[in-house]
Design a protein around this ligand. Structure first.
Ligand code: ADP
Length: 447
């Protein structure tokens, strides 16, 4: 096992990793930007090092600053969390060359899995169903029109290097395709420093269902069932649950096998997630693999009883998976609501500022992953998520009741949050019945 790990992240996930390290008996080094210098979780780490000013480009995304901190603190591994440098193969390579273990897949596997076009190509070769579309990046409008005529409208234009739901546009006809195509290219170039875009058939009324996998460095793999992340705003997840309300034993086996086949094909190790869309007829299509721990990992932890962050660390330390597929069973139902400091009544505009009152819920079956407290100032530099509220009960009905109860206990004052929206969603018949698609929020709650 490692003796000291540096956490190259902030907020709730930094705290989550610190907790895992503590339980494993590993020393932990936190890094922070000037904007986070008062974060209470820093006191839980054995060491805390300032790596620069608030803007992420000068701190959490600055490889040389993070590596300097790692060298000074003499760590033997780095956990990247999610976002920031988590899926940057160059960062993983630099860690390797400094003799510091990157807690995640090898850089080659991230390159294969993280590039959406390469990943789709591998999936096709492995005969895993993918959404019909262009096999490669589409260089100009003329070729975009050719692809759209072949696959049929509506189509979705996606950035090859995209992420976080950004850089996607839907076109219903030739005119909107040409307009959106040029805008998507420009946007992709600016946002991801990679102007390549590609086309996919826009799957109408899909659900987003993803499979969590764990793979050790000796080639053993298991999947830990699915998470249903259909409740999204602007292609970004808002509520996740496990198991999926539409899942059957047969479909889980098929999707689980597809995810394992993909991970094997990509020579993947550590924790990862294969994302799929499931259409109205229950047919699934691979869309991408995320080569990191995900925000929504707690729902899988609750239903499987597996601590995914500790498993990540053990795998990176070279330990063999102690779990076999037969050991994994899903118990009960877990739901997670993302509590963001943003205004759902104003296009989900972020609301940074001071939290004047913060009272988190508790009681049976409630888990809160958060780094904030009363008096905390939500910085404007980073993601607007301030807490994850997770409930775990025996049945979905009980989980829904517990989530409503917990949300109504939750007091956050000083900044607007997604709590009222979550409460409204929990009252919506379609959601209660589990009959939703990714357009649910836009259809019923967009203002
Ligand atoms: P990102 O990496 O930016 O999160 P994804 O490829 O994972 O992008 O897609 C995010 C979401 O966008 C999906 O969950 C789904 O709601 C929507 N989406 C992506 N591709 C399609 C598609 N071909 N048809 C319909 N919706 C899609």
């Amino acid at each position: 096992m490692f003796s000291r790990i540096l956490v190259a992240n902030r907020g709730e996930i930094a705290l989550r990793i610190i907790r895992a390290c503590k339980e494993l008996g590993v020393e932990v080094v936190a890094v922070y930007s000037e904007a986070d210098r008062h974060a209470p979780y820093l006191k839980l780490a054995d060491y805390a090092i300032c790596i620069g000013p608030g803007p992420a480009s000068k701190s959490y995304l600055d490889i040389s600053r993070i590596l300097s901190a790692a060298e000074v603190a003499d760590v033997d591994a780095i956990h990247p969390g999610y976002g920031f440098l988590a899926e940057n193969p160059h960062f993983a390579e630099v860690c390797q060359s400094c003799n510091i273990k990157f807690i995640g897949p090898a850089p080659e596997a991230t390159r294969q899995a993280g590039d959406k076009l390469k990943a789709k190509d591998l999936a096709r070769r492995l005969r895993i169903p993918t959404v019909p579309g262009s096999d490669d990046a589409v260089p100009d409008e003329k070729q975009a029109l050719d692809v759209a005529r072949r696959i049929g409208y509506p189509v979705i234009i996606k950035a090859a290097g995209g992420g976080g739901g950004r850089g996607m546009r839907i076109a219903h006809n030739d005119v909107s395709l040409v307009n959106n195509f040029l805008a998507a290219q420009a946007e992709a170039g600016a946002a991801f420093k990679n102007a390549s875009v590609y086309l996919e058939k826009y799957v109408e009324k899909p659900r987003h269902v993803e499979i969590q996998i764990l793979a050790d460095e000796q080639g053993n793999l298991v999947h830990l069932g699915e998470r249903d992340c259909t409740i999204q705003r602007r292609f970004q997840k808002l509520i996740e649950e496990s198991p999926s309300p539409i899942m059957t034993a047969g479909l889980r086996k098929e999707m689980g096998n597809a995810a394992l086949a993909f991970a094997k094909g990509a020579k993947y190790s550590n924790a990862g997630t294969c994302e799929f869309l499931v259409d109205e007829r229950g047919k699934f299509y691979f869309i991408e693999m995320n080569s990191r721990i995900q925000v929504e990992h707690p729902v899988t932890e609750m239903v499987t009883g597996v601590d995914l962050v500790k498993e990540q660390i053990r795998i990176a330390a070279g330990e063999r998976l102690r779990l076999r597929q037969g050991d994994i069973s899903l118990n009960g139902v877990a739901i997670e609501c993302r509590i963001n400091a943003e205004d759902p009544n104003n296009g989900f505009k972020p609301c940074p500022g001071k939290i004047t009152s913060f009272v988190a819920p508790g009681g049976p079956g409630v888990r809160i992953d958060t780094h904030v407290h009363a008096g905390y100032v939500v910085p404007s530099f980073y993601d607007s998520m301030i807490a994850k509220l997770i409930v775990h009960r025996r049945t979905r009905d009980e989980a829904l009741v517990a989530m409503k109860r917990a949300l109504s206990e939750f007091t956050v004052e000083g900044v607007r949050t997604t709590i009222p929206l979550h409460l409204a969603i929990l009252d919506h018949t379609q959601y209660i019945r589990g009959q939703v698609d990714t357009g649910f929020i836009d259809t019923y709650f967009s203002k």
